[in-house]
Design a protein around this ligand. Structure first.
Ligand code: ADP
Ligand code: MG
Length: 501
């Protein structure tokens, strides 16, 4: 493995034995260096192997199977490739990406999902080289005999999500309609036992690609968590938005009801938000996602897990977990919406005091460090904005109109007063709303973690008898639980670091 890693380190796309048309499309897409999963999977697929590959979200799995598959296609007017994906959104996304790669080679893609008329889809399939489909509709079409296809390549993309969504029976049934002679590829962010079992049934002597946790966890995502009681979460979210200035963000809630409530709250607070959940009409969802992708459109999506699965928007700067996900895998999927395509991102999780054990478990499962941080106070945000303002003012070009304006003002006022008035005017637009302190301080958090860990295995498990004792005094670093922890001995960010970007 050692030698292999060093050998593959400098591999570029042009080193792969891909058709010239496909190479050209890769260049056009601006890809230079293949991602780790691409480096390993592409040669194996080109050699004709079945492959089972595990890599985190956002690591380029679509191109990992799409490029070699398309490179081996003839473009003979038959359906040569079938890609099965869990959701409609993913079907569209994967189609778009494959279309980009295949258009020079004349490879057409048909997208197949439920909730739309059959006729048009069937026509498209007849002209396509690649079909990208969700399991339900695909099974319908095959079972009813509306389509007959003999793909040489079959891909299960985001296989873990498909099983999570309960598509196992559909998938097994679909395979009864597919030719035995085929190359089968399976891609997944995680490899639970059910996936391995399915792989045994449908893959032949598969080569395994597993991008180890360290490589696979997208290191371009900084992960923070904040301990905030339930009733302070709205305030905490707004304060963090004020502080972190996300360009585009996704806020995850647990239920559709939570999504709706938070969306109307945030709208009332003046944010440009849209909600995304499973009950929405397909049209509505597409419009929402389009609006979110636009540079100056919706700035924040408030979503449930299912609705945002696999969503690929390149410029999501922040993912907020307003509520913890149900399991570690969902956490991985959620945070994978940021830090995509080589960009950096932040994942910010609000944890209520009795959920500390859960977040520690997620941290362990995911295998990356999360930074425990304290919600900035109003003054801290104000100060950081003041700094930004000073820079902005210093870098502003003086216009002739401004010179005239100051001249006019100087009839009645001295220059210092004018400056103060103008600064106050700008400042008042920048005032930070909300109470001073939100959420728990670092030492309170540490104490709760310690208790949660001690209580592991016995029934008290709610992080101790008292959550907090109210009066936190002036110092956010002073524990409210007593004197012996006054200096926060093992403070993970040493009271700094994360607070200054
Ligand atoms: P995954 O399926 O692993 O979640 P995707 O295939 O959706 O990831 O890719 C995530 C993003 O990264 C996409 O926007 C894709 O165009 C981009 N991408 C993929 N491979 C590369 C690469 N080698 N270089 C640059 N960008 C890439
Ligand atoms: Mg994918």
């Amino acid at each position: 493995m050692e030698t292999n890693t060093t050998e593959t380190n400098n591999i570029k796309f042009r080193d792969f034995d891909l058709k010239p048309e496909i190479q050209a499309a890769v260049q056009e897409a601006g890809f230079v260096e293949p991602s780790p999963v691409q480096k390993e999977a592409i040669p194996l697929i080109l050699e004709g192997n079945d492959v089972i590959a595990q890599a985190q979200t956002g690591t380029g799995k679509t191109a990992a199977f799409g490029l070699p598959m398309m490179s081996m296609m003839e473009g003979n007017g038959e359906v040569e490739g079938l890609v099965i994906v869990p959701t409609r959104e993913l079907a569209m996304q994967v189609s778009d990406e494959l279309f980009r790669f295949g258009k020079n080679a004349g490879l057409k893609t048909a997208t197949v999902y439920g909730g739309t008329p059959y006729g048009k889809q069937i026509d498209r399939i007849k002209q396509a080289s690649i079909v990208v489909a969700t399991p339900g509709r695909l099974q319908d079409l095959l079972k009813s005999g509306k389509i007959k296809i003999n793909p040489k390549f079959v891909v299960l993309d985001e296989a873990d999500e498909m099983l999570d969504m309960g598509f196992l029976d559909e998938i097994k049934n679909i395979f009864t309609y597919l030719p035995k002679e085929r190359q089968t590829l399976m891609f997944s962010a995680t490899m639970p036992p059910a996936i391995r079992k399915l792989a045994e049934d449908i893959l032949k002597d598969p080569k395994r690609v597993s991008i180890t946790k360290k490589e696979s966890t997208n290191t371009s995502i900084l992960q923070y968590y904040y301990v905030v009681p339930e009733y302070e979460k709205d305030d905490a979210l707004i304060r963090l938005i004020d502080y972190k200035n996300p360009t585009k963000s996704i806020v995850f809630c647990r239920t559709k009801k939570d999504v709706d409530r938070l969306a109307s709250h945030m709208t009332a607070q003046g944010f440009k938000v849209s909600s995304l959940h499973g009950d929405m009409e397909q049209k509505q969802r597409e419009t929402t996602i389009k609006g979110f992708k636009k540079p100056h459109g919706i700035e924040m999506l408030i979503a449930t897990d299912v609705a945002a699965r696999g969503l690929d928007v390149n410029d999501v700067t922040h993912v907020f977990n307003y509520a913890l996900p149900f399991d570690s895998e969902s956490y991985v999927h959620r945070i994978g919406r940021t830090g995509r395509g080589g960009k950096t991102g932040e994942a910010i999780t609000l944890v209520s005091p009795n959920e500390l054990r859960t977040i520690k478990r997620i941290e362990k499962d995911v295998g990356t460090k999360m930074i425990s941080d304290v919600i900035p106070t109003r003054i801290e945000v104000q100060n950081s904005r003041a700094n930004e303002l000073v820079n902005k003012i210093a870098n502003t070009k003086i216009t002739p109109e401004a010179i005239e304006l100051v001249k006019t003002l100087q009839h009645d006022l001295d220059i210092v007063t004018i400056a103060h008035l103008l600064a106050s005017m700008i400042q008042s637009d920048n005032a930070v709303k909300g109470k001073d302190n939100i959420g728990l301080g670092l030492e309170e958090i540490e104490l709760l973690i310690e208790r949660a860990m001690q209580n592991r295995g016995n029934d008290r498990g709610r992080g101790g008898p008292r959550r907090r004792n109210g009066g936190r005094g002036n110092s956010r670093n002073r524990s409210s639980y007593g004197g012996n922890r006054g200096r926060g001995r093992d403070s993970r960010n040493g009271g700094q670091g994360s607070k200054h970007k």
